[in-house]
Write a protein that binds this ligand. Sequence first.
Ligand SMILES: Nc1ncnc2c1ncn2[C@@H]1O[C@H](COP(=O)(O)OP(=O)(O)OP(=O)(O)O)[C@@H](O)[C@H]1O
Ligand SMILES: [Mg+2]
Length: 250
Amino acid sequence: MLDFDNVSAVRGGTTIWSEGTFHVPSGQMAGVIGPNGSGKTTLLMMILGLCRPGSGTITVMGQTPHRGDARIGYVPQNYASIAGDSIRARDMVLLGLTGTNYGLRRTTKAQHERVDQVLAEVGAADFAARRMSQLSGGQQQRVAIAQALVSNPKLLLLDEPLANLDVRNQQEIVALLSRINDERDIGILLVVHDLNPLLSVLDGAIYLLDGHAHYDSVNEVVSEELLTHLYGTAIRVVRTPQGDLFTRSA
Ligand SMILES: Nc1ncnc2c1ncn2[C@@H]1O[C@H](COP(=O)(O)OP(=O)(O)OP(=O)(O)O)[C@@H](O)[C@H]1O
Ligand SMILES: [Mg+2]
């Protein structure tokens, strides 16, 4: 679903990372990891065509990135703070179909049915009539996912969808994304700081290490050496007697 050929990421005239050459197979559920400021959000911006690569070529499902690519759904970092407090959850999702001209354009019955379907799909139907400010972090994240999915994208990008969620909500959102990945047969790319809640569902990860972008399968990425180097602090990789894998600070 993604092909990067010798790509560099530039922000404000500064190269953030370079020499990104990798292929992410279609339909994958893949993580994006790297320390703060390493260029994870910038990577998503480039896929969305909102930020041009400094050099190299990016191909997203066969096309050069371009703004307004309807094949891509996007959940931005800090979604809740971007969403207006007083807007109703349901109307946020409708915005995913009508764009920012909401209120100016007429909405159709088919559009409202589509919104209802996706609200049910993500488990947000019960609180869809509430205002965004009245929802918990986990509920807001479900609304965010519904908004990104309502236009039937083939690729879903999520920037730190697990931030500010407790462990149970993290697990629920991961389970939801994994189900969407299977049932809708769409690719998912999500920025995360902790791989643990995702280890059982991820296929691979793009990792930003030493100013370069790489991609590898999850078995290769979950290595003490790589993660210790990546985060600049000792990380242990532990396998429980049951065979579950997890990472922790040493
Ligand atoms: N609009 C901008 N203009 C100039 N520099 C920017 C801009 N946005 C981000 N940067 C810089 O680019 C670098 C990468 O930022 P980016 O937001 O992609 O990192 P990140 O990996 O997503 O970080 P975080 O984990 O904190 O979200 C940072 O050094 C940041 O200061
Ligand atoms: Mg970021």
